[in-house]
Write a protein that binds this ligand. Structure first.
Ligand code: PXG
Length: 455
């Protein structure tokens, strides 16, 4: 699938990869044989590789570069902070101005009643923190049996042991096992799993699986339910409209905590600050990362509601923390990123202008013979590749998604393949002209993929 290299430096870098680098979620033999594509620079919504190819980044890096590449303000904020105080920890009764200013700023944009944040270095660490905090919370409340977390199959909550156990990715569970006390329910993925039910019926059915699981485990043993408002890595799975209202109804009946994993949906991806705002959900905790710094520097966190903080205050030390919790440089970058999102009214622009346009243009691809469904919301989109539009049957064993991903790479567009679902999550600042380019390239790549599948 990859085109031959012409820049001799590309081969040198690929040799370094082969000889020394173990990349995430990669087949090491394949990576060694083929060599990675080397990305050398970026600006706006575009990337350039070492061969000089310009590529429209339809995935915002990895769902994170909200404000686009090349914003000097973030580099300047990092540089200034590095010169003033490059590191100090937030353990042992110390803090520094950037971490405090960021905590206050987050309280301004998070839902009402969520006024505290525990900082981490990543989304996975945020979910790890959540697991310990939630179990500790119930123990402090005199209910130490409330330990079990209910999560969803095909959800993604990170790659630490807690993160991958909370997630519902079998391939991860198979390598090294899982943390005990985490159980999974089906996902609200109508296109893939809805069968003969209507989307609305299926949404109710999928939500009812939560109640079924609470009753099976016993309310007295359940600590929390965790879910992404929209599953990202699972394939941009937008629940049927009936799903979240039914989940809210179930959560109101039982004394369990609700955790929204906002790592992808947070910071404007749906046109609201958080996916929970979009759906009107009321979480007790929210995991954040990615869009918090637009990916310019690693940072994550766990937003904690006042109700939980009040209980934590009764418990002495919370025995948890990372060297880089609240790192001053990351905090300074996050503050500048949020300032840009606010001052440039990027959420308003997404909500009122570019997301409606992206969704309209994307849906034009539904007429393509290879496309079984186009769905999307805000700056998220998914295109289902099928052999038969009416039965939703796939091209089994052909790897349609990977073929399409290869064509995209070679034609200047990054789209991710999750099985045979092509997904996009472009930078929030993508313009209408750039959206036109994205859709034109996507159609071309669908044509090329169909040719290959029929050959
Ligand atoms: N929760 C969600 C919802 C995520 O999408 C994490 C937690 C973990 O965050 P960190 O910062 O620890 O990676 C994520 C991360 C993909 C892909 O292939 C998605 C993620 C990470 C890597 C690959 O779509 N999401």
């Amino acid at each position: 699938m990859t085109t031959p290299n012409t820049n001799p430096q590309t081969q040198q870098w690929q040799a370094m990869s082969r000889d020394h680098h173990l990349a995430p979620f990669s087949d090491y033999q394949q990576l060694s044989d083929t060599g990675p594509r080397i990305i050398t620079n970026a600006d706006g919504v575009y990337l350039w590789d070492s061969e000089g190819n310009k590529i429209l980044d339809g995935m915002a890096g990895l769902w994170c570069v909200a404000i686009g590449y090349g914003r000097d303000e973030l580099a300047d904020a990092a540089s200034k902070q590095m010169k003033q105080l490059p590191f100090y920890n937030t353990f042992f009764m110390t803090a520094h101005p950037p971490v405090l200013e960021l905590a206050k700023t987050l309280a301004e944009i998070t839902p009402a009643g969520m006024n505290h944040v525990f900082f981490t270095g990543s989304g996975s660490e945020g979910n790890d923190t959540m697991l310990r905090m939630v179990r500790h919370y119930w123990a402090l409340k005199g209910q130490p049996n409330k330990q079990v977390i209910i999560s969803r199959l095909n959800g993604y909550h990170g790659s630490t042991f807690a993160g991958s156990s909370l997630g519902g990715m079998q391939g991860m569970h198979d390598q090294g096992g899982v943390v005990p006390g985490i159980v999974h329910i089906p996902q609200p993925y109508w296109f893939g799993e809805g069968g003969d039910m209507s989307p609305e019926q299926f949404g109710i059915w999928a939500a009812e699986q939560l109640e079924k699981k609470i009753l099976e485990v016993g309310e007295a043993n359940v600590a929390a339910f965790i879910a992404e408002p929209i599953q990202g890595a699972g394939g941009v799975i937008i629940p049927p409209d009936s799903y979240w209202p039914k989940i809210r109804e179930i959560l109101a009946k039982y004394d369990i905590l609700f955790v929204a994993d906002e790592v992808i949906c947070g910071f404007g991806r749906t046109g609201e600050w958080f996916g929970s705002d979009y759906y009107g959900n009321k979480p007790d905790l929210m995991t954040i990362a990615k869009g918090l710094t637009s990916g310019y520097i690693p940072m994550g966190g766990l937003i904690v509601s006042d109700k939980i903080v009040a209980v934590l205050k009764t418990g002495g030390d919370f025995n948890h923390g990372f060297t880089y919790s609240g790192h001053p440089v990351a905090a300074a970058v996050a503050l500048e990123n949020i300032r840009i999102l606010r001052d440039e009214k990027i959420l308003e622009q997404v909500r009122e202008q570019t997301a409606p346009y992206l969704q309209k243009r994307l849906r034009e691809l539904a007429d393509h013979p290879l496309v079984g469904e186009v769905r999307g919301l805000g700056m998220l989109g998914a295109i289902e590749l099928v052999k038969n539009k009416s039965t939703r049957a796939r091209y089994t064993d052909k790897g349609a998604g990977m073929i399409c991903r290869g064509h995209c790479f070679n034609n200047g567009l990054i789209m991710r393949a999750v099985g045979d679902t092509m997904i996009i999550a472009p930078p929030l600042v993508i313009s209408k002209t750039e959206i036109d380019e994205l859709v034109t390239k996507a159609r071309l790549c669908l044509d090329l993929t169909l040719q290959d599948l029929q050959a």
